[in-house]
Design a protein around this ligand. Structure first.
Ligand code: AMP
Length: 179
């Protein structure tokens, strides 16, 4: 990373808020709402990801419910791409594709509209936090079920100690803030 990016990273890290024991004891929740509320910080964030993925033929940006939506919108606009919401099971109104992934206890299912991506399309997957990688892995599966190619994964935050990358071999994962 160059000097400008390193400065951006330390500025943004100072704005993201750690909330201990949310949503349960032992978890340090990375609260990005102060960053979203700061125009300069949010603009720098969007410009960084647009710079990483511009010119790569991306036509859809897949935002993961719910904080991923907030990042996916402006990134998609900056890339000249459309936005696709990936939602928890049962939330989307039309026919869906679905993919399940393991949680600590049980499984969870994500859905995307069946016609949200077209075969051969290049997509970017966006979320706020890469933790264990289960969520992003399921979204890759959804995109590929729709016939799209996953060009990259953009994560505002990566919790490196949870080794999410190991679940996403061969993927181009760009994370701005690493802990
Ligand atoms: P995972 O599937 O374990 O990679 O978890 C990723 C999803 O859980 C993302 O949608 C995040 O928003 C959320 N998440 C996991 N851990 C945290 C954390 N420490 N702080 C905020 N969000 C988190």
């Amino acid at each position: 990373m160059n000097q400008d990016i390193l400065q951006t990273v330390s500025r943004l890290k100072a704005i993201v808020r750690d909330v201990p024991d949310f949503p349960k004891k032992g978890i340090i929740f990375k609260d990005i709402t102060p960053l979203l509320a700061d125009h300069a910080a949010f603009s720098e964030t969007i410009a960084y990801f647009a710079g990483q993925f511009r010119g790569r033929g991306i036509t859809k940006v897949l935002g993961i419910e719910a904080r991923g939506f907030l990042l996916a919108g402006p990134i998609a606009m900056a890339l000249g791409a459309g936005i696709v919401p990936v939602r928890k099971k049962g939330k989307l109104p039309y026919k869906t594709l679905s993919a399940s992934y393991e949680l600590e206890y049980g499984t969870d299912t994500l859905e995307m509209h069946v016609d949200a991506v077209k075969p051969g399309e290049k997509v970017l997957i966006v979320d706020d936090v890469l933790a264990t990688g289960g969520t992003a892995g399921a979204v890759c599966e959804l995109a590929e079920k729709g016939g799209a190619t996953v060009e990259g994964i953009a994560m505002l935050i990566e919790l490196e100690f949870l080794k999410g990358r190991a679940k996403l071999p061969g993927r181009d994962i760009q994370a701005l803030l690493k802990y």
